[in-house]
Design a protein around this ligand. Sequence first.
Ligand code: HEM
Ligand code: HEM
Length: 241
Amino acid sequence: MSVDQDARSSTSSPDRSTVKVWDGPTRLFHWSLVILIALSYVTRKVSPDLVWHMRIGYAILVLITFRVLWGFVGSSTSRFGSFAYAPWTAIRYGIDFVLRRPRPFLGHNPLGGTVVFIFLALIAAQGLTGLFSYDDHTDLHGGPLASKISEAAVAAATRWHVWLFDILLIVIALHILASFAYAFWKREDLVRPMVTGTKRSAPFEDQAEARIASPLLALLCLVLAVAIVLGGITLAGGRIG
Ligand code: HEM
Ligand code: HEM
């Protein structure tokens, strides 16, 4: 709806050989997520008090909710519709990757797109189980909704909260390895575009250049995400400390 039709396309890029790929909100989302996930682990491990761990957890839930909204109304490369592929398409892309067949994509390629969905679901599940988890080490306190469910359900949520983090670590490790594999195997730097927002122009299979959505729309999504997370917890009877 408010995606700017990018009539200026190549002339608005820093130079004629680069095109826009990731908008500012998506890049900010990515690097904030990296920092917050690291902090969620560090705060949990260095302090017996869960206050900061939970605050960071709420912030991660807000980020994920924001990304879900942005996936429907954001820039063309950030929209879910632009990287939702059938499993077979993702597998075929994986085979082409191993065989080093050139398959340039501007946004997420079919395999990478599938990993993005897995990532978002995994981190959302991590945050949601956290809301119902209880600290079984120091007995200090737990998530804001832990008192709303049975003891057995709290124990299960806590177990899943711990397990999911191990799964998340494996996916993160594969994700970082994949970025290096692209750099060394395909001689394609995917990391720089996640920083600068631009990519070298190529005959991309998906789209020629990103249509960038309004930053105001991103701000609206962020406000809505805060309302959904904090409002949702409060409506469910939880107290955010
Ligand atoms: C906590 C660690 C990390 C998490 C949870 C994470 C998660 C994600 C997610 C969810 C996306 C999709 C972005 C979107 O469309 O919104 C993404 C993309 C990306 N991430 Fe990460 N990431 C992590 C660390 C890193 C690191 C350390 C690097 C750099 C080595 C990196 C490089 C990239 C790149 C290059 C893309 C874009 C891939 C493409 O071109 O399709 N990520 N990551
Ligand atoms: C979404 C991002 C989150 C991540 C990555 C994360 C990660 C972690 C990790 C690594 C632990 C330590 C597990 C262990 O002891 O081995 C932990 C424990 C815990 N987290 Fe989270 N967490 C997140 C969100 C939340 C949220 C939103 C809450 C509640 C508001 C929460 C509440 C708890 C509680 C109560 C524990 C103690 C459970 C225990 O160690 O036995 N977490 N979390």
